[in-house]
Write a protein that binds this ligand. Structure first.
Ligand code: MSP
Length: 661
């Protein structure tokens, strides 16, 4: 087998005009999971993150604090670094744009480009957006895309990078490489952008207007502009230099980057500015530039100015790092947007971690302890039910190995949870307590061994997402971790990997259940917020209904935040049958864009025959806590019109998994 390729993953470098919040943590957690996973595969890994310290915004913030920009940056960097520790972020380099090696790379790049006429000097008049640290086009301003109070009209001499020259080469590259920008919808956006004329890029600021930057080596009256400086950080960390004699010998083993993660807000600066800079430097483009979506709170992208940021450190203190890491990767498909709410977090925590996962681990270890002396029992010959569990385990491991490199975190996790739920179902069905009562020791041993094996595989797969809990779990079920992890990550079936006789340990719940919001969060929520979030969508007046036949009593008014807790997704009914025990109910199998379809029990038998439903597109509440309806667990609910008697299902015309607001 050939050795795994070097894996280089980057996050954006974050502005130090504020502290880290959930949005920043999201990108960084995703990068950390990729880095840990590739390290576990044995690949050489470089994981880069850091801080973007130059520019007007940071200078303004420092001045407001009455500090020099240097002192302000040092102070803020300490907060950024400190935030990543409890979250278990294991970066290989934390780059500050004020680091000496980075300043040298930026200045050498400027010189190299200047010598080759890739940079020129010219007068420029235009609108400058302080928020975006960029000149913006007259057209975008006329179309109202920018807040005019944040714009300045500026005429000045500056230096420009001949970006427009690389428009066609970039288009050709993106067309030939479908994975260069992902997801596909974002790639299309970039292609659309590139079909309009591409201007050159202003890369400087006169020192007199904005002194907080890296001086241009060929004109000390100017500093370089924030993006030109910041984007080069990805090369600095590899040891690259435009002058080969200055470059680190191994820099080319790291470039091109394997995955560069960005939020959708900074896609253009990466897909266009960064990629054209690379083309001008004669360097290959990143293998994948992945733009994920935004986390919103109160219906808005989290931002310091809106006052709606979710403090990730407090969330971590309240629920633990591994729960935070799990939630963000599981809750929404990577690439989509997500609405954060504490209630949503609590619900998923209790359902997936305390109930499904915690329960399985608790049952496996406590029964092994009680009846089998706390040692991994022998396995023996498997029956059909156990072979089915092995097959499911195989599928979870394969899905994981396929999905993680594709950034399909949600699908990978769903595969593990399918196995976890099957593990619980297996215990329900084999009834180890009965086997113990009947003195059927070989079958009891097999049942507990299978349960421990399912825990071990789940733990091994989850190591990159939940490093601390996975290690704890593996220790409890008698696995050193190493054998299982290497087998599991290779996508091979492993439900026979535990060393027989190894001691198991039954301890406190891995994920204690919260019956109410943890005090740390509850206290914060009960403290009135300083400023109301601006731009809250105005309440809409519902259209008048001429003659409402069966109007339900009005419910109390709710906030947008209340509504946003309901996770509605498009689904396709793939199978439908009568409920074995209730005439009123149908049991539906509905694809909601996850690794496997859900079972949904719906009270619609009076209106629909099962055969009418297959292929129908429906709207599903996917975050409703599962409930057993006459013995069949329903994993969600369909939306339908009508009261006690259903009149019609709500249907929708889009792909399964699409979220609905
Ligand atoms: N300094 C630039 C990036 C330069 S990279 C060469 C910058 N910094 S930032 O502090 O504003 O952070 C931007 C990144 O943080 C986003 O692109 C995204 O990765 C992440 N997020 C910030 N807020 C976010 C949400 N509300 N939701 C999801 N991610 C968000 O831009």
């Amino acid at each position: 087998m050939s050795p795994p390729h070097a894996f280089y993953v980057t996050t954006p470098i974050y502005y130090v005009n504020g502290r880290p919040h959930v949005g920043h943590a999201y990108t960084t957690i995703a990068a950390d999971v990729l880095a840990r996973w590739h390290r576990a595969l044995g690949a050489p890994v470089k994981f880069l993150t850091g801080t973007d310290e130059h520019g007007q915004k940071v200078l303004d913030t420092a001045r407001k604090r009455g500090m020099t920009p240097e002192a302000h940056c040092d102070d803020m960097v300490a907060h950024w670094k400190a935030a990543w520790v409890p979250l278990g972020i294991q970066y290989d380099r934390f780059l500050r744009t004020t680091d000496a090696d980075h300043v040298a790379v930026v200045q050498d790049t400027l010189t190299w480009m200047w010598e080759r006429d890739l940079i020129y000097r010219s007068a420029y008049e235009g609108w400058y957006s302080v928020v975006d640290e960029a000149f913006v086009t007259d057209k975008d301003v006329a179309e109202g895309k920018y807040d005019e109070s944040q714009l300045q009209r500026i005429t000045e001499v500056n230096y420009f990078f001949r970006m427009g020259r690389y428009q066609q080469a970039l288009l050709d590259h993106l067309e030939a490489n479908p994975d260069a920008v992902r997801p596909a919808s974002r790639r299309n956006e970039v292609l659309g952008f590139l079909r309009r004329p591409l201007e050159d890029l202003c890369i400087s600021r006169p020192l007199a207007r904005m002194p907080w930057g890296i001086p241009l080596p060929f004109d000390d009256a100017f500093v370089t502009y924030v993006w030109f400086d910041a984007l080069l950080n990805y090369l600095t960390a590899t040891g690259w230099s435009p002058y080969p004699e200055k470059a680190a010998p191994d820099w080319a083993s790291w470039w091109p980057a394997s995955v560069q993660l960005v939020g959708k807000d900074i896609l253009t600066t990466h897909a266009v500015y960064w990629c054209t800079m690379l083309l001008a430097l004669g360097l290959p483009l990143p293998r994948t530039l992945f733009a994920h979506g935004w986390w919103t709170a109160d219906g808005h992208k989290m931002s310091k100015s809106k006052g709606n940021v979710i403090d990730v450190t407090r969330l971590t203190e309240a629920f633990g790092a591994d729960a935070v890491r799990y939630f963000f990767l599981r809750e929404i498909p990577f690439g989509g947007d997500g609405a954060f709410s504490y209630e949503g977090f609590l619900t998923r925590y209790n359902a997936d971690l305390a109930n499904d996962f915690g329960n399985l681990v608790h049952r496996a270890t406590s029964m092994t302890e009680r009846w089998l002396g706390g040692r991994v029992p022998p396995l023996g010959a498997l029956d059909d039910r156990e072979h089915a569990l092995v097959a499911l385990a195989q599928r979870a491991a394969t899905t994981w190995a396929e999905q993680i490199p594709e950034l399909g975190f949600g699908r990978a996790l769903e595969g593990v949870w399918e196995l976890v739920r099957a593990g619980n179902k297996y215990i329900d069905e084999v009834e180890p307590w009965r086997l113990n009562r009947e003195g059927d020791t070989p079958r009891l041993a097999r049942a507990m061994r299978m349960s421990l094996e399912v825990c071990a595989l789940a733990g091994a797969l989850l190591e990159s997402v939940m490093p601390a809990k996975a290690a704890e779990l593996l220790a409890r079920v008698g696995a050193g971790g190493s054998v299982i992890a290497s087998e599991a990550i290779a996508g091979r079936s492993v439900l026979a990997a535990l060393p027989e006789g190894a001691p198991t340990r039954f301890g406190d719940p891995l994920f204690p259940r919260f019956t109410e919001m943890p005090a740390l969060i509850a206290e914060m929520l009960s403290t009135p917020q300083e400023a109301p979030v601006s731009e809250t969508p105005p309440p809409t007046t519902p259209p008048e209904v001429a003659a409402a036949p069966e109007r339900a009593p009005d419910k109390p008014q709710i906030t947008y935040d209340d509504f946003a807790k309901v996770d509605l997704r498009a689904g396709t009914v793939v199978a439908a049958a009568k409920h074995p025990k209730a005439d009123r109910l149908l049991v539906l199998t509905v694809d909601v864009g996850e690794a496997s379809p859900r079972t949904i029990v719906a009270g619609i038998a009076s209106k629909y025959a099962p055969e009418d439903l297959v292929g129908r597109q429906v709207v599903v509440v996917v975050n409703l806590a599962p409930a057993k309806l006459r013995g069949v667990e329903s994993q969600g609910m369909l939306l339908a019109a009508g009261g006690q008697d259903v009149l019609a299902l709500v249907t929708v015309d889009c792909a399964p998994g699409q979220s609905i607001k």
